[in-house]
Design a protein around this ligand. Structure first.
Ligand code: VG1
Ligand code: CO
Length: 562
């Protein structure tokens, strides 16, 4: 019989969830008194009492340092708050897309994912908590605002301190709680099973098996970066689809991701890029810590920009069995993502939506049956099969296209540019900039570009001149529920369709990260094979000049260029 007790606590002022969950240094969770307890209680407090009774909550995560402690706390606090049942990935491991899938499958009231996604882990790294609602999607702003409000005034939380679960054994554990008529149940489930079942329904596994292990199979290299994807890649790509065991690397989840950033981009997945350059592999991919992001590479390390990736999937969408059944309801991309998908939408007469950064903005459109495929420039691609971006889904979508078109990644990409034109795109990240300096730079820039005199101005760099057509701070009005999200990024739009965008990241844990995005469309077939960095250099120069980023932040180069 476990006791339920009430513990007095003091609120923190900094538990505002960011673009996707609350992320802080591990030390903040470990050393600040009751920091995690406060946030977990504030989150669970947003679930209506009638939904807790008979309700289930899914718990997963990328296995990073502090996750096991956090799972035990969630169990103790959820039980004390009257949630009937928790369904937890074995050893606390379950990818973000798999959690989304399971929430939907078992009709849970929501889910908690213990991850700081692509941020580094370990005792000196980051920890994070994402909260998803019953649709399986990230909590929308209305819910995260409520969590934040509660966290600012919380005075007590409820907990069953003696309750301890065994996270390693698959099966059901029940616990009797004092003064509760019904026992509390914890179910430990295989991390991969239900997610793999779902993929079998979406894709043609026989065709993929042929591609990966048939007589004329291609060679792939998938890098799990010591994040959560290891078991998924091993079981689905190797064991089930028959790719040789050495097709998958870094597949053991580690609490500190082997000391690296589990971030699938050209900088942090350098090992994969290097391995692909050798020419031995036809297709390469990497995933982030919690498995919702992906990077796709072709032979010799040919890089597929994520904005292009979703456009290619869009243009070939009918080769995926799932969409043959559901039809194509609409496309969407986050605002800073390049317009490559727009060209496909236009050519195929599919409605396109432009949303703010963060997957939570796609959920309403999907629930309303208006959206099938969407993506973000930040290596996120997905569909309405769940309510999260899905790294392995994107990889299987690409493999399906390879199998159907019988072309290489590079040929597919080049054909696509020939047909639709090319959006040259780059993103500069300035990480850990002094917060005051970053905020001031953005404020000043906003003042400057919102001034009527800014419109019509001509900016020249080298032999190129761009004329400002429009400038604003992006605001989104949700077409489904009418909610308005303001201040989603400063946009400078030029008369030729080129765009410069600045925004502050909402996923960092120290200082501020400034992101600069540049998008420029070219349809002349003679010009589509240029190096994006060369092609976009004038616009980068103009962006730095207008914003005075270097002068105002003291940073003369970005931390990461994509
Ligand atoms: C970043 C990306 C955004 C993504 C978010 C969560 O947010 O830009 O596109 O949805 O991370 O991704 P921000 O606010 O730092 O720009 V994940 O894989 O961390 O859930
Ligand atoms: Co992620």
């Amino acid at each position: 019989m476990s006791k339920i007790i009430t513990v007095k606590t003091k609120p923190y002022a900094d538990q505002k969830p960011g673009t996707s969950g609350l992320r802080k240094r591990v030390a903040v969770f470990q050393k600040s008194q009751k920091y995690a307890e406060n946030f977990i209680q504030s989150t669970i407090s947003t679930i209506e009492p009638q939904d807790r009774q008979g309700g289930s909550l899914v718990v997963g995560g990328d296995g990073r340092f502090f996750a096991k402690d956090a799972v035990q706390l969630i169990v103790q606090i959820a039980a004390a708050n009257g949630i009937d049942r928790l369904v937890i990935g074995q050893n606390g491991i379950m990818s973000t897309p798999a959690v989304s899938c399971l929430i939907r499958e078992i009709k849970a009231v929501g889910g908690i994912i213990l991850t700081a996604s692509h941020n580094p882990g370990g005792p000196n790294g980051d920890f994070g908590i994402k909260y998803n609602i019953s649709s399986g999607g990230p909590a929308p702003e209305g819910v995260t605002d409520r969590i934040f409000q509660i966290s600012k005034t919380i005075e007590e939380y409820f907990i069953c301190p003696d309750l301890k679960v065994d996270l390693s054994t698959i099966g059901k554990q029940t616990f009797d709680l004092e003064n509760r008529p019904k026992p509390f149940t914890v179910e430990i489930v295989d991390s991969v099973d239900s997610y793999a079942n779902m993929l079998r329904d979406i894709f043609d596994f026989a065709a993929l098996k042929e591609l990966l292990s048939g007589p004329s199979h291609i060679k792939v290299r998938l890098d799990a970066m010591h994040g959560v994807m290891g078991p998924y890649v091993t079981k689905i790509i190797c064991e089930e689809l028959g790719a040789p065991a050495n097709s998958a690397v870094n597949c053991i989840p580690k609490e500190d991701f082997g000391g690296h950033h589990p971030d699938p981009n050209l900088t942090y997945a350098a090992d994969l890029v290097e391995a692909m350059r050798g020419g031995e592999y036809d297709f390469g991919a990497a995933f982030d810590g919690d498995g919702d992001r992906n990077m796709v590479l072709g032979k010799h390390g040919f890089f597929v920009n994520p904005s292009d990736s979703v456009a290619v999937i869009g243009a070939n969408i009918t080769s995926i069995p799932y969409f043959q059944k559901t039809g194509v309801k609409g496309f969407a991309r986050s605002m800073p993502t390049s317009g490559a998908l727009d060209s496909v939408a236009k050519a195929t007469k599919v409605q396109l939506y432009e949303t703010p950064t963060g997957w939570k903005f796609f959920g309403n459109l999907m629930d309303a049956g208006r959206l099938s495929l969407c993506g973000e420039e930040s290596f996120g691609t997905g569909s309405d099969h769940i309510r999260e971006k899905d790294g392995l889904w994107a990889v299987l979508a690409w493999l399906t296209i390879l199998a159907t078109r019988k072309q290489s990644v590079e040929e597919i990409m080049k054909d696509h540019w020939q047909k639709f034109g090319r959006n040259f795109f780059t993103r500069y990240d300035y990480e850990e900039v002094d917060s005051d300096a970053a905020n001031k730079m953005i404020k000043d820039l906003e003042m400057l570009i919102l001034d009527a005199a800014f419109i019509g101005q001509k900016h020249t760099a080298g032999d190129k001149t761009y004329e400002v057509e429009k400038a604003d701070n992006f605001e989104y009005s949700d077409p489904v529920d009418g909610s308005i999200s303001k201040n989603q990024g400063l946009r400078i739009l030029f008369t030729d369709g080129s765009r410069i965008i600045f925004r502050l990241s909402g996923t960092g844990s120290a200082g501020a990260t400034i992101r600069l995005y540049i998008d420029s469309y070219e349809k002349d077939p003679q010009k589509i094979y240029q190096d994006p960095q060369v092609m976009l250099a004038p616009l980068v120069g103009i962006a730095l000049k207008i914003s005075q980023l270097q002068e105002k932040t003291g940073r003369d180069a970005p931390t990461v260029i994509t």
